[in-house]
Write a protein that binds this ligand. Structure first.
Ligand SMILES: NC(=O)c1ccc[n+]([C@@H]2O[C@H](COP(=O)([O-])OP(=O)(O)OC[C@H]3O[C@@H](n4cnc5c(N)ncnc54)[C@H](O)[C@@H]3O)[C@@H](O)[C@H]2O)c1
Length: 345
């Protein structure tokens, strides 16, 4: 197979700072065109990355360019329609996370990929980090024993983004849960190998968001703040184990940013960031720090996995079905927070 012919849809922050710098270095990839509804943005990004063609309509681009694969980097609200059009054009798709706005959309996208016989994956890049890969191997080998409790956290003290759509529910589908919590939740469920869920409970708050203010990520307006600023959930698994999730853009905690997964097994406990193991041996407590050099960009591994999967060289690490599952879980957590009651899986 010659070069993989690709296009990028959405010329905003993630395309400009993450995917295009990575893709433009790949020798076996030809970036044929880029598209953005904002023509000036499309033209500017095409010029800075030396891309020959730019468009403002992705359907026209797909018809003209006939790409093998597309990176979809548009706001969450437009994931579904853009992914569906691209799959229908017979093109493999890497869509940025979250998969969509709700589980129906994600399921339709998964179904369409199956129908077309094309690949569909999502930008859950934390799966690709060496720490996750190592812990997953150890868990699979039984080193932690039975894991009966997991704590998942991505909380910021004052980290409400002052740009983009992050505080707009109609565009994003939600706040920190669908944006940053989704990454940690996805990595945790991958580590645990998707135990069967019994029910989900959650509560959320928008008390700090609604006040408006200025934080480490800029100034935000309280009046237009329509998402949660924090969500705190619990997932009860059928095997009796559970997972506690805390995710917040703004929380009155000491640290500016807490991001971790803690796994508690009956043989050992483990932390993801930093990667550590905890236990007792011969009546003595021990803790082991596993230093893992940060020699890989996780986004790069994510993009590379998709390119190789398009070439039939390796399987996708993040499947469309797993994307639908995470979307369903996000929805259940939001439903529980709204209703105040448990959501049976
Ligand atoms: N994996 C990660 O860690 C990560 C990081 C950042 C963003 N993201 C995801 O990437 C997506 C984009 O985020 P961003 O920060 O780049 O947003 P952004 O607002 O900076 O850029 C989005 C771009 O899409 C364009 N656009 C909107 N509708 C379009 C359409 N129908 N066709 C073509 N272009 C269209 C907009 O004009 C804009 O230029 C979001 O889903 C976000 O969650 C993921």
């Amino acid at each position: 197979m010659g070069n993989l012919k690709i296009v990028v849809i959405g010329a905003g922050q993630v395309a400009r700072t993450t995917h295009l710098p990575i893709l433009s270095k790949m020798k076996d990839v030809e970036i044929a065109a880029v598209c953005d509804v904002n023509g000036a943005a499309a033209e500017a990004i095409a010029e800075s990355f030396g891309i020959a063609h730019w468009y403002t309509d992705h359907r026209q681009m797909l018809q003209t360019e006939h790409p093998d694969a597309a990176w979809i980097c548009v706001p969450n609200r437009f994931h579904h329609d853009t992914v569906m059009d691209t799959l229908k054009a017979g093109c493999h798709v890497l869509c940025e996370k979250p998969p969509a706005m709700n589980p129906c959309e994600a399921a339709e996208m998964e179904e369409e990929a199956k129908k077309q016989g094309t690949l569909l994956t999502y930008g859950f890049h934390f799966r690709h980090c060496a720490q996750v890969k190592l812990l997953r191997k150890m868990i699979g080998a039984g080193s932690l024993g039975n894991i009966y409790h997991t704590e998942v956290r991505w909380t910021r003290r004052r980290g409400i983004p002052g740009w983009g759509n992050f505080t707009n529910k109609k565009m994003q589908g939600g706040g920190p849960l669908i944006d940053i919590g989704a990454h940690m939740l996805d990595a945790a469920l991958y580590l645990l190998d998707y135990p069967e869920i019994a029910y989900v409970t959650a509560s959320s708050s928008d008390r700090i968001g609604k006040q408006g203010g200025t934080g480490r990520m800029g100034k935000w307006e309280g009046d237009s703040f329509t998402v949660e600023d924090g969500l705190f959930g619990r997932i009860q698994f059928r095997d009796g184990s559970d997972l506690q999730l805390s995710t917040a853009f703004a929380l009155n905690q000491k640290e500016e940013n807490l991001r971790n997964i803690l796994l508690y097994g009956d043989q050992m406990g483990a932390s993801l960031f930093p990667t550590e193991l905890y236990g007792e041996r011969d009546g003595h407590p021990f803790e082991t720090n596993i230093s893992i050099p940060q020699d890989h960009d996780w986004h790069e591994d994510c993009d590379r996995n998709f390119v190789k999967a398009c070439r039939g060289e390796e399987p996708l690490l993040v499947t469309a079905a797993e994307g639908t599952y995470i979307q369903k879980l996000i929805h259940a957590l939001y439903q529980s927070a709204e209703s105040g009651g448990p959501v049976i899986w």
